[in-house]
Design a binder for this molecule. Structure first.
Ligand SMILES: C[C@H](O)[C@@H](O)[C@@H](O)[C@H](O)C(=O)O
Ligand SMILES: [Mg+2]
Length: 444
C-alpha cells in the first residue's frame, strides 16, 4: 500500500521521426514528428511503484511542454497519493489554477497539456495501486467519488453536480452486462491509418486493401489542401470500401467557414458521415454555421482534438456546433476534465467518438471510452473510437485490437508506461535515433 509520498517527478522529451514517411500528415501538419512529454513519478514506498503519464505533442512543441511540466512539478512532489485522490477536485484546481502559470493558460495551450501529462501519471499510479486497469477503477467507483474528481467551475450553467450524480446513478443500471459485453467483443474502432494526406495513391490502395482484409469497416480520409486531390482520393477510397462501409473526412482546421461549406458540398457525393475540424478549433459559432449548412446532406461536424477545455466543449454543445464529440486524453486536463465532458455529452445527447492515434493516445483513450459506454452513455449508436496503427510497440501494455474493436486492457494502470529502451533510444536529442539522424543531416 502507498502510504508514503511522491518523491520525484521526471519528464523526458521523447520524439519519433514519423514525418520522414509522412505518417500522421494532414492539411495543416505536413511534417508531424509524433512526440510525447513523458512523465514518471516516483514514490518512497518499498515496492517501487511508479506512475507514468504523457501528453501528445509534435516535435519542437515538446520542449515547451517539458518546461511547463517542470514548472508544475512543485504541486506534486511531496504530496501523497491519498492526499491527492481524497480531494482530487482540489488538486486538479491547484494544478490548473497556479496563480502565475494560469496567466499563460488558463486551462489551455502548453500549460494544460503539461497538466494533463502530470495528472495522467497520477491516475496511472492510482490505478496501479488499486491493481486495476484505469477503466475498471472508474467503473467501480461510486457516483459521489467520480463527481468529487471533477472541477465544475464554469460549467454549472450546463451541468450541475446534482445532474452529474443523477447521470452516473442511472449509469449503474445494466453496468455489469455492458462490462461483460465489452470484455467479449470490445469497443468499435475506426482506422485513420490508410489515408494520411502525404501518402501517394499506391500506398492508399495497399493500406486500404490490407485494412479491409483485417475487418475494418470505418475509414477516415485526410482532406483540405487541394480539392482535385480530395476528389481523387475520396473516389479511390469509396470505390475500394464500397457503399456499406463508413467514411469520415478530416480537414484539420484548413478552411474558413464559407469555404468549408462549399468544399464539403463538393465532397458530399462520397457520402462521408462527418467532416472533422473544418475550421479554426476555437470558432464555435463558425462550427455551428457549418453544422447547420451541411445537416441536409446528412453530414455532421466532428471536433475536439484541439478543444482545450471543458468550457469550450460546453459552448460547442450549447451552440449545437458539433454532432460528434471527440475527447482527447491528453489535450483536456486528464481523466478529471474528460469526465466532465463525457457527462455533458450525455446530457446533450451527443455521441462521443474519441480522438486517438499520435503516440499513446489509443492506449489512454480506450480506458475513457470503455468507461463512457459501461457507466455513462450505455450506447454504441453513432459511436466509435479512432485507431491508428503506429508506435504501439513502444508501450509496455500496447492496445489490443480484435476484429476492428478495442479489447479492454487487463493490466493495472492507464497503459501509459513506455519501455525504458524506447525512451532511451528516442529521447531528444541524446537518444541513438536522433543522434544518427542529426549526424546524417550534417553530412548532407
Ligand atoms: C497531426 C496528427 O497526425 C493529426 O493529423 C491527427 O491527430 C488527426 O487529426 C486525427 O484525427 O487523427
Ligand atoms: Mg483529426
Amino acid at each position: 500500500m502507498i502510504t508514503g509520498k511522491i518523491t520525484s517527478l521526471h519528464v523526458t522529451d521523447v520524439r519519433f521521426p514519423t514525418s520522414l514517411e509522412q505518417h500522421g500528415s494532414d492539411a495543416m501538419h505536413t511534417d508531424p514528428d509524433y512526440s510525447a512529454a513523458y512523465v514518471v513519478i516516483e514514490t518512497d514506498v518499498t515496492d517501487g511503484l511508479k506512475g507514468h503519464g504523457l501528453t501528445f505533442t509534435l516535435g519542437k512543441g515538446t520542449e515547451i511542454v517539458v518546461c511547463a511540466v517542470k514548472a508544475l512539478s512543485g504541486h506534486v512532489v511531496g504530496k501523497s497519493l491519498e492526499e491527492i485522490v481524497n480531494d482530487f477536485r482540489h488538486f486538479y484546481r491547484q494544478l490548473t489554477s497556479d496563480s502565475q502559470l494560469r496567466w499563460i493558460g488558463p486551462e489551455k495551450g502548453a500549460v494544460q497539456l503539461a497538466a494533463a501529462a502530470v495528472l495522467n501519471a497520477v491516475w496511472d499510479l492510482w490505478a496501479k495501486k488499486e491493481k486495476k486497469p484505469l477503466w475498471k477503477l472508474l467503473v467501480d467507483m461510486n457516483p459521489q467519488q467520480l463527481v468529487s474528481c471533477i472541477d465544475f467551475r464554469y460549467i454549472t450553467d450546463a451541468l450541475t453536480e446534482e445532474e452529474a450524480l443523477e447521470i452516473l446513478q442511472n449509469g449503474k443500471q445494466g453496468q455489469t452486462v455492458r462490462e461483460v459485453q465489452m470484455l467479449k467483443s470490445g469497443y468499435p474502432a475506426y482506422t485513420t491509418s490508410c489515408a494520411w494526406l502525404g501518402y501517394p495513391d499506391e500506398q492508399l490502395k495497399k493500406l486500404c486493401s490490407d485494412a479491409l482484409k483485417e475487418g475494418w469497416t470505418r475509414f477516415k480520409v485526410k482532406v483540405g489542401a487541394d480539392l482535385k486531390d480530395d476528389n481523387r482520393r475520396c473516389e479511390l477510397i469509396r470505390g475500394m470500401i464500397g457503399s456499406d462501409n463508413l467514411m469520415m473526412l478530416d480537414a484539420n482546421q484548413r478552411w474558413d467557414v464559407n469555404e468549408a461549406i462549399t468544399w464539403v458540398k463538393e465532397l458530399a457525393k462520397f457520402k462521408p458521415i462527418w467532416i472533422e475540424e473544418p475550421t479554426s478549433p476555437d470558432d464555435i459559432l463558425g462550427h455551428a454555421t457549418i453544422s447547420k449548412a451541411i445537416a441536409p446532406l446528412n453530414i455532421g461536424v466532428a471536433t475536439g482534438e484541439q478543444c482545450h477545455n471543458r468550457v469550450m466543449f460546453k459552448q460547442f454543445l450549447q451552440a449545437r456546433a458539433l454532432q460528434f464529440l471527440q475527447i482527447d486524453s491528453c489535450r483536456l486536463g486528464s481523466v478529471n476534465e474528460n469526465l466532465s465532458v463525457l457527462l455533458m455529452a450525455k446530457k446533450f445527447n451527443i455521441p462521443v467518438c474519441p480522438h486517438a492515434g499520435g503516440v499513446g493516445l489509443c492506449e489512454l483513450v480506450q480506458h475513457l471510452i470503455l468507461f463512457d459506454y459501461i457507466s455513462v452513455s450505455g450506447s454504441l449508436d453513432n459511436r466509435m473510437c479512432e485507431y491508428v496503427d503506429h508506435l504501439h510497440e513502444h508501450f509496455k501494455y500496447p492496445v489490443v485490437i480484435n476484429d476492428a474493436a478495442y479489447m479492454p486492457p487487463k493490466d493495472p494502470g492507464y497503459s501509459t508506461e513506455m519501455t525504458e529502451e524506447s525512451v532511451l533510444k528516442y529521447q531528444f536529442p541524446s537518444g541513438e535515433v536522433w543522434q544518427n539522424l542529426l549526424k546524417e543531416s550534417t553530412n548532407v
